[in-house]
Design a protein around this ligand. Structure first.
Ligand code: KG4
Ligand code: ZN
Length: 333
């Protein structure tokens, strides 16, 4: 089966075609970063309007690049939540309408399920079961994954997501949006030892996370400086912050691998693009003899390929939506 995937949950428009026999045939991502830049974060109304402009021309282009006509598409998958309500509705309406016009089934996919399954669309991807660390702008969670749709959440953030903490701290340091890549770059020049931030919730049992205190610790570090922040101080704070987030994520992964006994760890979501996180989790994997899997770098952040793939798995398992459609802005995995 060949599936068209549509992702519009936030500020990326993602379109892809996944084929059950041949894998990912084509995918395109359009980022709205430039549109939201001057506001320091995503403006929901602007996001919806831009998705409306971009989706249909991108569908045409991706079908062309995949060398496929609508007649060969066997199903359509779209992100139906969680995310921004208006943005989600654009993808859902388009996905449902195309499926109706082409006479094929449509399925609404959970955005985080898309991230979670994305490493499996690569050749040599992990087999079930595995431990998943999902780290994005909206979520931070550890899940015990036994099969498609069989997910037990072991721990999650009780406040800010890891990516959100990166974004807020970057804003505080005047590094712009999105904060993850900006902090990662600034931290390269950071000197270790000048600042030290807490590793929240690592001194007590359990697998939940909390990142809002870390952001507050950065606020105190900034307000403790006299005058305008110089670039060395910005780099030092960025490095200490990044170190604290990644150390915390690594400690919790270690703990989750210990309690579950899993031999595979899947890491996905925007923050999984972070090179230091990858290095630390590789060390953890080597130490525990656990294989660590990621999606390819361009599929770490939001994209249509992961939705096409998750939709393919759901559709081939016989699931699809009735003719109506909707968005679930606050949908639990
Ligand atoms: O998965 P994603 O594209 O969207 C959501 O589902 O939220 O994740 C976006 C998040 C943003 O918070 C961004 O700052 C973060 O991922 N991010 C990173 C890096 N690249 C993106 N965080 C740390 N290091 C990176 N290299
Ligand atoms: Zn995402």
């Amino acid at each position: 089966m060949r599936v068209l995937g549509i992702e519009t949950s936030c500020d990326d428009t993602g379109i892809a075609v996944y084929d059950g026999d041949r894998g990912l045939l084509a995918h395109r991502r359009y980022s709205q970063i430039a549109l939201h830049l001057e506001y320091g974060g995503v403006v929901p109304e602007l996001a919806s309007r831009d998705h409306i402009r971009k989706t249909l021309p991108m569908v045409r282009r991706v079908l062309e690049e995949a060398g496929t006509g609508p007649g060969e598409i066997g199903g359509v998958a779209y992100t139906s939540g969680p995310g921004l309500a208006g943005a989600l509705l654009v993808g859902a309406a388009l996905g449902r309408a195309l499926a109706f016009a082409w006479g094929v089934p449509a399925v609404g996919v959970h955005h985080m399920e898309g991230h979670l399954l994305s490493p499996l669309l690569e050749p040599g991807g992990p087999a079930f079961p595995f431990l998943a660390l999902l780290v994005s702008g909206g979520h931070t969670l550890l899940a015990d994954v036994r099969g498609v749709g069989d997910y037990a959440i072991l721990g999650e953030s009780i406040d800010d997501a890891a990516g959100e903490a990166f974004d807020k701290t970057a804003k505080l340091l005047g590094l712009g949006y999105p904060g993850g890549p900006a902090i990662e770059k600034a931290a390269l020049d950071g000197r270790p030892g000048r600042f030290h931030f807490p590793r929240p919730m690592t001194d007590r049992p359990g697998l939940d996370f909390s990142f809002s205190g870390l952001k507050t610790a950065c606020v105190h570090a900034v307000s403790g400086q006299e005058g305008v922040l110089d670039s060395r101080t910005i780099a030092d704070i960025a490095a200490a912050f990044q170190e604290a987030v990644i150390d915390t994520l690594t400690i919790k992964c270690d703990r989750a691998l210990e309690t579950t006994g899993h031999e595979r760890l899947v890491v996905a979501g925007g923050v999984s693009a972070n090179a230091l996180l990858r290095r630390r989790l590789k060390d953890l994997g080597d130490r525990r003899r656990v294989a660590v899997h990621y999606p390819r770098l361009e599929l770490c952040t939001d994209n249509g390929a992961m939705i096409a793939y998750a939709g393919y798995l759901r559709l081939t398992a016989g699931q699809h939506e009735p003719l109506g459609f909707g968005a679930r802005p606050r949908w639990r995995l």
